[in-house]
Write a protein that binds this ligand. Structure first.
Ligand code: PMV
Length: 326
């Protein structure tokens, strides 16, 4: 059985979501393909699973063994039969860069564990439990995007709890624009970056809470009725300009929280100097993914030409255009 799951790009609300503030993101067209093969007459012992990942130099054998143990435990807790065989994973996503490679893997495994489940929230819950292995205390937004697909706004409503504290979601339409999307290698893991923000919050509860609330609120700028999308009196240009400005404002807060890096700041600065309407890191930061907003493909190509050498120098990549046009 083969499944494809998309990667994701967080547009607003990373780190804020961990503390219950809203977030917005979208699934990417590139993602990960996982094929479970159970060869007949194989010497795979009953109950055994092996995982082979195409571009996973960063993932050690012992980490894969621990993850397999975690998959088994999650299967038991959901009363599901164990996965048996060899799982071949081919990823088009840079691993551990903020494009949701681990979330996509967890969603793929959740689909393989419960292939008959047509209840998407159940698949999301299983993926979320699997994701704990990589993130410790995931908010659920990454696996939400890789499970649901499309563009989604997330809200953590305490009155609606399914026992897993997953957020509620609304599919959203994003402003017409083109994003220049890329990533550079990460200096710190998501787990470490989330812990860093947690420490900052313990040291300065009021200050950091207000930064996180502002980060969460900025996502509303691109939601229907929020200022940048779906407003009958708003032109496409003003929608996209508001999106870009909100991204730049969010980046300033993420920098203040200590999760940006000088290299990310430089890429975003050069992108804006080349005409981007704004931009920010995407995901946990410490390097990793970023995006810059342009009104059209021509603008995005100018941005790309400006940042390509800096990104390449840092050992990163810029993706082909991500057009949000409907
Ligand atoms: O690992 P990343 O880069 O996809 O970041 C996850 C987003 C965070 O908000 C930092 C963590 C979370 O679980 O929401």
């Amino acid at each position: 059985m083969t499944v494809f799951t998309p990667g994701k790009l967080l547009l607003f609300g990373e780190h804020a979501a961990v503390f219950g503030f809203p977030a917005v993101g979208m699934a990417l067209s590139r993602g990960l393909t996982a094929t479970l093969s159970v060869p007949k007459n194989s010497n795979v012992a009953a109950g055994d699973l092996t995982i082979e990942i195409n571009n996973a130099k960063a993932i050690s054998e012992s980490m894969i063994a621990q993850f397999i143990a975690h998959i088994k435990a999650v299967a038991v807790s959901y009363d599901l039969p164990p996965l048996v065989g060899t799982l071949h994973v081919t990823s088009e996503l840079p691993i551990g860069s903020g494009f949701g490679s681990s979330a996509a893997l967890c969603t793929a495994i959740a689909r393989l564990l419960a292939p008959d489940s047509n209840e998407v929230r159940r698949t999301w819950r299983i993926a979320h439990e699997l994701e704990r292995f990589f993130h410790g205390t995931p908010s659920g937004i990454d696996t939400g995007l890789t499970t649901l697909g499309g563009a989604q706004a997330f809200r953590f409503d305490n009155t609606i709890s399914d026992g897993h504290h997953l957020p509620t979601t609304v599919a959203v339409q994003l402003p017409d624009c083109v994003l220049t999307v890329g990533s550079i290698p990460r200096e710190r893991s998501t787990k470490a970056l989330v812990a860093h923000v947690g420490e900052r919050r313990r040291a300065d509860p009021r200050g950091v809470e207000s930064l996180l609330a502002r980060l969460g609120a900025l996502g509303k700028t691109i939601l229907p009725g929020g200022g940048a999308a779906d407003r009958s009196d708003a032109t496409t240009e003003s929608n996209v300009a508001a999106f870009g400005k909100a991204a730049t404002d969010a980046q300033a807060i993420l920098r203040e929280l200590g999760v940006s890096t000088p290299q990310l700041d430089e890429i975003l600065r050069e992108g804006k100097a080349a005409g981007a309407l704004g931009g920010k890191l995407s995901g946990a930061g410490g390097g990793g993914a970023f995006y810059l907003v342009s009104a059209d493909e021509e603008g995005s190509l100018r941005v790309r030409r400006a940042i390509d050498p800096i990104v390449a120098d840092a050992g990163g990549i810029v993706f082909p255009l991500a057009t949000l046009r409907r």
